[in-house]
Every structure is written in structure tokens, then in C-alpha cells.
Design a protein around this ligand. Structure first.
Ligand SMILES: [Mn+2]
Length: 459
């Protein structure tokens, strides 16, 4: 069965339902997935409810209602079909829309999943969008949310833009009129809200000496070297989105020269951006990556429904609450980063690590680690260990690398999987970012054993 067939089967199943329950994940991809499906289903005049879970596991299965609604599992479910079976859910009452590796079980649940067709750069929101569009062509306005989900799940990262079916969705958004694709733009974050020099100095892919983590250096390059104004005539900071294409070209050109002179590659300097012209300028909703951060902030501070309301158009109460979440999110991450830099990390030959104990919520430790990475010793992945508030037996491990380390052969997913399995834990993720859980008794010596595996990966 092809991907198209899976999509049309899923759409038929939804159209036949009397009522539906959407069970989704609390990150940006999960929240946009839910918002896409909820709108598509309710527009078809089917009653729909939603449930968000941090993870689908035995403990959270209780949130899946025992009623006769169609259960739409999205951004989760593929890898937990045994739990659905144990619950006694039959084929008729389940639809799985996911992009995680599927588990083999006896019950043949209806599933849409691009993985087995090689679409590994299509998130759950993207997959759900195709189902929504199949239900009704009218739903192409939801392409915008699918882009946010894809970008939030890092689907645009490796190729500096969306590819394959995810890119087709972006084209749908352009046709609909609420998406603008900016090609060959600077690979940076914060293009709609950050003052120019901060936007440049926060960009660490690629790492540019004198610019990355160096706002003064960035300011000099923009003002003195390129003659570009940092402020508008009203005294407010300009953002990357404010620049004319000539101004952008001039800055990107200077950054390329700098990389060349250092003997560095320039292939990751440019990226494609997705702007939403129907959103207010200078807000995080103006572009896909900042929009995704706002939703992640809502999810990580346990307000996924607030994020979902924003996705469905609330620009009042829910939006203000989402802004608060984002501010809070940023300040805690900044605090954590400062803690890492102040406390200092322990350096091993192939790894640098730190234990943050129970100082920071485990849900932001990975993000904080990623942000601290570019400010620490270059070339070594970072590992943060922390305790979990709701499980005194476990230690959470978060690791982050950068594209350059991955190009040199580093695979954090493989390393953490191996090291955690050796001590009876479990882990997963990607080459560039991975996580694991181990028991507290296995904590000692864990960093050394990951270090040994990373050493084997190095040429
Ligand atoms: Mn996802």
C-alpha cells in the first residue's frame, strides 16, 4: 500500500466517524498536529475532543477515554501499539498518524506513516496535513501549521530547508496565501523578533569566529563594515526580516568571506525561511521557527492547550498566556545556560559533561545543553545529567552535538543507546541530539562509558 492510499484510507475513516478523540504529544509538532486534525475534523461537522500526553506509556493510557469515539493517535502511537492492544482497542476505533518507527503487533491498526516510504523529513503535523487536505481541499490554510510542526521537529535542519512532501506543503501554503518562502536567506534564528546583532551572534550553525556569541563583533560587521543601520528612524531595533535583499546579501557575503578566511565551509550559511505574512510583524508568530519555539514553551510548561488555541487563531487571552510561557521558558533556559557556564563542565577526551541535579526541569535540560554547546569548548559534544521530579529512581541524560561533529562521524543516538543498554536503561534520538534514562545506581561511570563509545566513533 502506498503513502497516498494510507492517506485516503485515514480520511475515509475520519469521515465515517460519529465522534473523535485526538491523542497527541505536547511539543510543537504534537500541538500543531492536534490543531490541524481538530480543525479538519470539526469542519467536517464531527464532534471532536483532544487529549495531550507527554508520552504514551502505561501511566498515561488512562487519559485515552473509554467511549465509542474514533481514537486518532497523532505524533505518537506507532511505537506503542502494544498499549492500544492491551487496552483492548480494536481496528475500527483507532487511527494512527505518526512518523516514528512502527511496532509490529497482531491487530492491524490503520496507520499513516511516511517512514516506510523513506519520508524521514516529514513530521506528524505534515502527515496529518495530508489527511486533512484529503478530507477537504478547503484545509490548505492549515499548511502553515504543518510547516511549524515540521520545522519544530527539526525537519528543515539537515538540508537548511524543507524537502520532499514537507516542501510540497510549504508550496500549498504559498498558493493559499498565508506562507511566504524566502530562499537563500541567512541560516539564523529569531529573524522576526531579535535585534540584528543578537540574531547574528546567536547563530551557531555554522560557527563563525568573532560573530557567534559575540554581539559586539556582529554589531561591528553590520554597522561599521557593511554600513547597515541597526535601528529604525523611530529608535527601535531592526530585525533580520526588516532588511532589504541588498542589505541581506551584503551581510551574508561578509560572513562567507570570514568563513573562507578561516578555511571553513560555507554550505550551511544559507537556509530557506518560512514567513507568515498574515501574522503581526515583530511577533514570534511571524516565522515558522519562532512560532515553533512558542509552542514548545507552552508544551514544556504544561499548557499545550494554550498553544493549540493560538494555532487555531486566538490572538487574545491564549496568545498573551503563550507570550508569558515563552518569556518564562527563555529566562529559565538562560539561567540554566549561565549555571552550566559558571559551574563549568568536566572535560573528557571526547565529551564534556555536567550534572545539574534537580535544579532545572528535565524538559528544558536538552535545550539548555544545546545552547550552552556553542559557548563551551569547540569540537566536544555536551552531556547533561539530571534528576526527574516525579521519579527518584531515574537519571535523565541529554546530549547535544553540532553539524560539524556529525559530519566527523559522531552519532549520539548510537552512543547513548549502547551505553544505556549496557546498564539496563534506554535511549534514542538522532545523531545530533539524543537522550536516555538510566537508573541512579548506574550514574557513576556513565560519562566515561559514553566517552569510550564516542572515541570508537572518531576516525
Ligand atoms: Mn513529531
Amino acid at each position: 500500500m502506498g503513502f497516498k492510499k494510507e492517506i485516503s484510507e485515514a480520511a475515509e475513516k475520519i469521515k465515517d466517524a460519529n465522534s473523535a478523540t485526538i491523542i497527541s504529544h505536547i511539543d510543537a509538532d504534537g500541538i500543531t498536529s492536534e490543531a490541524i486534525m481538530r480543525q479538519a475534523v470539526s469542519r467536517y461537522a464531527i464532534e471532536v475532543k483532544s487529549v495531550f500526553v507527554r508520552q504514551l506509556e502505561p501511566m498515561t493510557m488512562k487519559y485515552v477515554p473509554e467511549d465509542d469515539s474514533l481514537k486518532i493517535f497523532i505524533d505518537l502511537g506507532a511505537g506503542q501499539q502494544n498499549l492500544l492492544e492491551e487496552r483492548g482497542l480494536c481496528e475500527d476505533e483507532v487511527l494512527i498518524i505518526d512518523h516514528h518507527v512502527s511496532q509490529d503487533v497482531e491487530t492491524q491498526y490503520t496507520q499513516v506513516n511516511g517512514i516506510k516510504y523513506g519520508y524521514d523529513k516529514l513530521s506528524a503535523a505534515g502527515t496529518g496535513y495530508f489527511v486533512a487536505k484529503e478530507i477537504d481541499d478547503y484545509n490548505t490554510d492549515l499548511a502553515k501549521l504543518a510547516i511549524v510542526g515540521n520545522v519544530g521537529d527539526m525537519m528543515a535542519r539537515e538540508n537548511c530547508g524543507l524537502i520532499g512532501p514537507a516542501r510540497e506543503i510549504a508550496d500549498d501554503g504559498v498558493t493559499h496565501g498565508n506562507v511566504e518562502i524566502i530562499k537563500d536567506d541567512l541560516n539564523c534564528y529569531g529573524l522576526s523578533t531579535r535585534p540584528l546583532h543578537f540574531c547574528l551572534s546567536f547563530s551557531d550553525d555554522p560557527y563563525i569566529r568573532g560573530i557567534t556569541n559575540n554581539p559586539q563583533g556582529a554589531q561591528k560587521l553590520i554597522e561599521s563594515d557593511s554600513g547597515i543601520k541597526l535601528k529604525k528612524s523611530n529608535g527601535k531595533w531592526r530585525v533580520w526580516e526588516d532588511l532589504s535583499s541588498e542589505e541581506k546579501r551584503s551581510i551574508i557575503g561578509r560572513l562567507a568571506l570570514r568563513l573562507h578566511s578561516e578555511g571553513e565551509q560555507t554550505d550551511r550559511l544559507k537556509a530557506e525561511h518560512y514567513i507568515f505574512p498574515d501574522e503581526r510583524k515583530y511577533t514570534p508568530l511571524r516565522n515558522a521557527s519562532e512560532y515553533a519555539t512558542m509552542l514548545n514553551a507552552c508544551g514544556r510548561w504544561v499548557k499545550p492547550k494554550t498553544g493549540s488555541l493560538v494555532c487555531c487563531g486566538d490572538r487574545g487571552e491564549a496568545y498573551r498566556e503563550a507570550e508569558d510561557m515563552l518569556r518564562h521558558h527563555r529566562s529559565v533556559i538562560r539561567e540554566m545556560m549561565e549555571y552550566i557556564l559558571d559551574t563549568g563542565v568536566t572535560e573528557l577526551s571526547h565529551l564534556q559533561y555536567l550534572h545539574t541535579g534537580d535544579r532545572f526541569p528535565d524538559t528544558i535540560v536538552g535545550i539548555g545543553a544545546g545552547m550552552a554547546l556553542s559557548k563551551l569548548k569547540q569540537g566536544l559534544p555536551i552531556m547533561i545529567l539530571c534528576y526527574l521530579p516525579d521519579d527518584p529512581e531515574l537519571v535523565k541524560i541529554s546530549m547535544r552535538a553540532n553539524e560539524r561533529m556529525v559530519a566527523a562521524g559522531i552519532d549520539l543516538q548510537a552512543a547513548l543507546l549502547k551505553a544505556s543498554e549496557e546498564v539496563g536503561g534506554g535511549g534514542g534520538g538522532h545523531k545530533i541530539a539524543a537522550g536516555a534514562y538510566i537508573s541512579r545506581s548506574a550514574e557513576e561511570g556513565f560519562a566515561e562509558s559514553v566517552n569510550r563509545i564516542l572515541k570508537e566513533q572518531s576516525p
